[in-house]
Design a binder for this molecule. Sequence first.
Ligand SMILES: Cc1cc2nc3c(=O)[nH]c(=O)nc-3n(C[C@H](O)[C@H](O)[C@H](O)COP(=O)(O)O)c2cc1C
Length: 220
Amino acid sequence: MARKIDPANAAFDKIIGERRSHRKFTEKIPPDEMIESIIRAGLHAPFAASAIGSRDDYFRRFIVIRKDSKAMKELIPLVYAEVVEMRDNLANEVKKNADLQNRAASFMNRLNAINSMGMVPGVGTAPFYIVVTEKKGFPPVELQSLAHCLENMWLKATALDLGFQIVSVTTQMAENARFCSILGIEKGTWALMGCAIGYPAETLSPSIRPSVREVTTWLE
Ligand SMILES: Cc1cc2nc3c(=O)[nH]c(=O)nc-3n(C[C@H](O)[C@H](O)[C@H](O)COP(=O)(O)O)c2cc1C
């Protein structure tokens, strides 16, 4: 007898398969309610309770920056300058370290490409750039916690047929005084991650991955 497929389970698998990195967005602006529902999904993600401890203020915050806004115009050159600095520092490091040169080659290419573009993809290229912040705790697991949050947001955006792009250079902005001041957060207190959200300008295939058998070992 064929097993009955639970529609919620099937819908969940569909969303998992269709979650992709979108890097081109249309000009159409998603309604604020959609963005709020994506943030709600992020809030429901797990967090490292014992690392955070008891706090009076909530430890996870979302800062939404609209394309072409005053804040966005200020943030764009700040983030670009950070990437250029990262590239220059890495270029100096790899000169002294052949092993690092090999390991960092692909990342270096990415930094060089951003340098040539004169802008950072995801910052000002989609209707929304969202910075998600998490208070630093002990042990320092806030970036892992943020990854869970961003994944929930990504899946929700996919369910809403929105495009989503991780903007990981946002993490590097945590020690940038001007960036933190524009966001209204205290420098040094928060870990950051970012994403860009909008309607996708192109249709991507579902994600392609190796089979479970290829990558799984069951121990007896
Ligand atoms: C930790 C992490 C950082 C990432 N940073 C970026 C980024 O800064 N910009 C970007 O476009 N994609 C970024 N990505 C997306 C990956 O490149 C993408 O997930 C991967 O190529 C697989 O493609 P898919 O998401 O379409 O399945 C990041 C993903 C992870 C997990």
